[in-house]
Ligand binder design. Structure first.
Ligand SMILES: Nc1nc2c(ncn2[C@@H]2O[C@H](COP(=O)(O)OP(=O)(O)O)[C@@H](O)[C@H]2O)c(=O)[nH]1
Ligand SMILES: [Mg+2]
Length: 292
């Protein structure tokens, strides 16, 4: 039987719905989603396996102007994914007409589909016009690329997108064992789930200042024991993270456990340890230690 396989990289500006799209395609919440930019820090694979194809999707951080070392590394992930793709899914949303010099790095030999996301928001004539303006804008910039309006959230045109992707892919044996869902470990997903809850619970700089390291992930018959360290950049942030009488971190634990239980389909026993790693975001050595 003919078997197709390839790498499909999802790139675009922050907050346009790249992570939502990947989760919706792989039908599992591999990438964390918030309404804030810079939620996705790493490059995350989501693999779709069928008997006659294997597609390796790659969710990437949103394209930004990098200011500090962590953002520089994030943009290296993006640059790489513009080069090593078999297909690029350039994702944007209705009304977003913004050009970044990063787009000049797109390899013209790689087929690219431009996705105009969030079309579920169209309810009035004015928004329909905005969709046409958006399509025209991107068509002028990339005249050879196909443009497809979608809704990642409401799954509009996702089947059609999958069909287009499979048509574009070449014949190739699977790159990964067929039972693989992702390139990331269980500990990575634990870290990401905690980080997502931190985005929801804490304000301002806290979500951007934390990094999680899961020291222990021990699966038993009925439970998974997890021990995670939460690193902050300075002492004052430690207090905020823990909260009065430890109430805020209790809340964090509660929501993290709930989410992990649904992800791993098992009861979770979770322990936190809050530590300080001075200015880790600005230090290449510390970033390397954290897996960037
Ligand atoms: N209305 C609508 N909202 C969406 C859609 N896709 C994503 N969003 C929302 O847009 C925000 C950013 O989504 P996310 O996937 O994290 O974007 P990313 O930064 O590009 O990865 C979240 O609040 C999503 O719920 C969509 O198709 N329709
Ligand atoms: Mg994302």
């Amino acid at each position: 039987m003919l078997h197709k396989s390839g790498f499909v990289n999802i790139i675009g500006l922050p907050n346009v719905g790249k992570s939502t799209l990947m989760n919706s395609i792989v039908e599992k919440k591999l990438s964390i989603i918030t309404n804030k930019p810079q939620t996705t820090r790493h490059r995350i694979f989501g693999i779709v396996n069928r008997s006659n194809f294997q597609i390796i999707f790659s969710d990437t951080p949103g394209i930004i102007h990098p200011y500090y070392p962590m953002q520089k590394i994030m943009m290296q992930y993006v640059r790489k994914s513009l080069q090593d793709a078999d297909i690029i899914l350039f994702t944007t949303e209705i009304g977003k007409l913004e050009y970044f010099s990063m787009f000049d790095n797109i390899n013209n030999n790689i087929p690219m589909i431009i996705l105009i996301n969030k079309i579920d928001k169209i309810s009035i004539k004015k928004e329909e016009d905005l969709l046409y303006d958006t399509i025209n804008y991107w068509h002028k910039l990339f005249p050879h690329s196909e443009i497809l309006p979608i809704s990642a959230l409401k799954k509009i045109n996702i089947d059609l997108l999958m069909h287009k992707i499979i048509t574009l892919l070449s014949e190739h044996p699977p790159y990964y064992p067929k039972e693989f869902l992702s390139n990331k470990s269980e500990r990575f997903f634990v870290n990401e789930i905690i980080r997502e809850k931190i985005f929801f619970i804490y304000k301002q700089e806290i979500p951007y200042s934390v990094e999680i390291q899961t020291e222990l992930f021990k699966e038993q018959k009925t439970f998974i024991y997890i021990f995670s360290s939460i690193y902050v950049e300075k002492n004052s942030q430690k207090g905020i993270l823990i909260g009065k009488k430890g109430l805020t971190i209790k809340k964090l634990k509660f929501f993290s456990v709930k989410s992990m239980e649904s992800f791993f389909r098992k009861k979770i026993k979770l322990k936190f340890h809050v530590k300080i790693c001075f200015n880790w975001r600005y230090d290449f050595k510390k970033l390397k230690h954290f897996g960037y």
